[in-house]
Design a protein around this ligand. Structure first.
Ligand SMILES: [Mg+2]
Length: 348
């Protein structure tokens, strides 16, 4: 059984370059216009300057004064996302979306060559039909497929043969393992553990001592054993938006700033659809790809971005992140009602 991980290269920045060829070959960052805007995506030309996702825009401009800043166009990205996901699912395989431009595809019981050929077809179709480059990793498990696609970016394909997983992972820094953030990686380095291969060799007592109750799981991952399956998403009656970071985010101020943007976006969408919502929830994907959420019910339905934002902040506080590395943040409104809500006191 093989899993393919597919991921558009520098998605938002690539869209900007696709639609304005004068940007080609130049350092480009996608970022909002408000005071505390952060870089959402940087083109590969901007990255050598240290410009990357989730850093504040003012810092990016210090690092690269000739950086070209382009505003995000969420509606366009969502439209492109629908196109690429239609390509991902065109052969009927199970698709688990991780963000607008990134997914796992379960290609089932085929040979490695067939799985790689499928990944190559997807890459060619996305390039031909959407005009963007995509990288793909093929492996027996999710994490390895993802590490493989990250390692062959941009515009690459990397297939890891069964039995080769541990050897592929072994030389990589320990921080590439799901669930190992920079803090844990630094602590492991102090114990003389710098590579994934070194984790794979630890005995039971040592992994428990270093990682606690999930030590065995971490060592299994380091050995290339990953039994997590591809889980297609279910349809829900809600409106949501989310952002995946290319780098793990620990700074709560970045998350708060994004929630403000999300609340505005969802408020506008509710306005357009003439709906109000009485449930607000956040979705958080940790760096180890564990997903969890917090939600709250409002005393009365609303479409006011400020009230959605305040409810979202309440959810964020209840998530007790305390610097946990975050890979994705989402905001969702549900329990939708058609028509106007009473907005008592709002304009009083
Ligand atoms: Mg991507």
């Amino acid at each position: 059984m093989f899993i393919v991980h597919v991921d558009i290269d520098a998605f938002y920045a690539s869209v900007a370059v696709r639609d304005d060829p004068s940007l080609r070959g130049k350092p480009v960052a996608i970022a909002g216009s408000h005071r505390r805007a952060v870089v959402l995506t940087a083109s590969y030309e901007a990255r050598p300057f240290g410009v990357r996702s989730a850093i504040p825009l003012y810092r990016a401009l210090e690092l690269c004064p000739h950086l070209i800043v382009v505003r995000p166009e969420m509606a366009k990205y969502k439209e492109i996302s629908r196109e690429v996901f239609a390509i991902f699912g065109a052969r009927g395989h199970a698709v688990e979306g991780l963000s607008l431009d990134e997914a796992f595809i379960d290609v089932g019981g085929v040979t490695l060559d067939e799985a790689a050929a499928f990944a190559q077809t997807i890459r060619a179709d996305v390039r031909a039909q959407v005009g963007l480059t995509i990288s793909a990793g093929v492996a027996s498990g999710k994490m390895i497929a993802k590490v493989a696609s990250d390692n062959c970016k941009p515009d690459g394909l990397l297939a890891i043969a069964p039995g080769e997983e541990a050897a592929f992972l072994a030389p990589l820094p320990v921080g590439r393992l799901w669930g190992i953030g920079p803090k844990t990686a630094a602590r492991l380095n102090e114990h003389g553990i710098g590579t994934i291969g070194q984790v794979a060799e630890l005995d039971d007592a040592r992994v428990r001592q270093l990682f606690g109750s999930w030590g065995i799981e971490v060592r299994d991952l380091a050995r290339g054993i990953d039994r997590r399956t591809v889980e297609p998403e279910r349809e829900t009656k809600s409106i949501s938006t989310e952002e995946t970071f290319e780098y793990d985010v620990r700074d709560e101020r970045v998350l708060i700033s994004l929630l403000r943007d999300f609340a505005k976006e969802l408020g506008e969408k509710l306005e357009r659809e003439n709906c109000t919502a009485s449930t607000v929830g956040i979705k958080i994907k940790r760096a180890d790809v564990r997903i969890f959420g917090r939600q709250t019910h409002l005393s009365e339905p609303t479409r006011d971005p400020r009230r959605i934002y305040r409810a979202a902040l309440h959810c964020l506080q209840r998530a007790h992140l305390n610097g946990t590395p975050i890979r994705l943040l989402g905001l969702r409104v549900a329990s939708l009602t058609q028509g106007d809500a009473k907005q008592l006191g709002l304009f009083g």
